[in-house]
Design a protein around this ligand. Sequence first.
Ligand SMILES: Cc1cn([C@H]2C[C@H](O)[C@@H](COP(=O)(O)OP(=O)(O)OP(=O)(O)O)O2)c(=O)[nH]c1=O
Length: 188
Amino acid sequence: MFILGSGSPRRLELLAQLGIVPDDVRPPDVDETPRHAELPRAYCERITASKLTAVEAAPDDIVLCADTTVALGRRILGKPADAAEARAFLESLMGRRHRVITAIAVRRGDQAWHRTSMSSVKLKRLSEKEISGYLATGDWQGKAGAYAIQGPAAAFVSWIEGSHSAIVGLPLHETANLLQAAGMEIWR
Ligand SMILES: Cc1cn([C@H]2C[C@H](O)[C@@H](COP(=O)(O)OP(=O)(O)OP(=O)(O)O)O2)c(=O)[nH]c1=O
């Protein structure tokens, strides 16, 4: 059985792009609070590992978990609590480059595989009208860094380097490799 250990609808859609439909979806319940002075990449990898541990599965099941973290220098921008925090995130991101880190992990029995995909994104400088108009769409809710590249905020993304699928939530190149390492047949 293949289990997606994620409640993210984006991850389900990205897997579908590879023709993969999980037999079950089990969203992990973990505490996503960063530790004091924790660096973004270490944080992202730790949260992914704890998601993987939190998903119950039979010994022969394949489990996939991921975490997407937006980092501005050493600062971790999580999911905004409200529109005011979303505005503050967008104002600190605009006009400069930031990193989007997606760590993935696959488990089968007592074996586990881990990969981390690093991308850079630049958002253009935003006018007051663009910020308030975007906030009004509600699209920022539940999105790390208060934006989603697959939604209306794509209009603000002037440049990316790395993996588009990783920025959305699941790096498909690395995901296909890890699932195959765990014994899943993708091409038949
Ligand atoms: C930067 C960015 C983030 N995001 C989203 C992806 C993730 O869903 C979310 C980051 O939160 P995550 O904790 O990675 O994932 P999740 O809480 O949605 O799901 P689960 O923990 O069950 O796996 O931000 C986008 O959809 N597009 C983007 O461009």
